[in-house]
Design a protein around this ligand. Structure first.
Ligand code: HEC
Length: 154
């Protein structure tokens, strides 16, 4: 119990000091973590793509995919992009402009969060025909941010 509390404190303090004090290993770790999260979103998008092409994905699966995307989107401005993790750290493809234009970057993340929430809500109504429009908004939201802030690979 006491140990658990001590650990919780260490974690809390770590977050308090972060991002300025992130060590090199930790920065590489964050890059790997966010790339894994982005890859989870890409997998969710493939499920959604199967739905669009009538290749067997259900409305419920699209809903679950939207929740995965929303979960990652909400982490983008909290834990996934600390300063000091631009191109040059690990194999980061994050442009330095993310931090000089943090408001713009945050808006893209908020747009994706909203788009994924909307898609999730629409899947709740169970009408397959209503899904296409909110899906398009999600897809555009991914590429809009990549065009501005992802190095080399739009
Ligand atoms: C707010 C900006 C933003 C949004 C929105 C966004 N991305 Fe990204 N994405 C990035 C950045 C920046 C990188 C580069 C990260 C790095 O290399 O460290 C990236 C990288 C990726 C990668 C490559 C991961 C790897 O292993 O290198 C994939 C795949 C990806 N994104 C998928 C998506 C999908 C799918 C969506 C929408 C559902 C999305 N992204 C939305 C900013 C964003």
């Amino acid at each position: 119990m006491a140990l658990g509390l001590a650990l919780a404190l260490v974690v809390a303090l770590g977050i308090g000091l972060w991002p300025g004090s992130l060590k090199a290993d930790d920065r590489a770790q964050v890059v790997a973590q966010r790339q894994a999260d982005m890859t989870r979103m890409a997998a969710a998008m493939r499920v959604i793509g199967r739905f669009l092409k009538n290749e067997g994905a259900t409305v419920a699966e699209v809903g679950a995919s939207a929740v995965v995307i929303r979960t990652v989107a909400t982490k983008m401005t909290t834990t996934l992009f600390p300063e000091g993790t631009a191109v040059g750290v690990g194999d980061s493809a994050a442009k330095p402009e993310i931090w000089s234009q943090w408001d713009v970057f945050s808006q893209y993340a908020a747009d994706l969060t909203a788009a994924a929430s909307r898609l999730s809500a629409v899947t709740g109504a169970g009408n397959p025909g209503a899904l296409r429009a909110p899906i398009v908004v999600v897809v555009r939201s991914c590429s809009a941010c990549h065009e501005s802030f992802r190095q080399g690979k739009p």
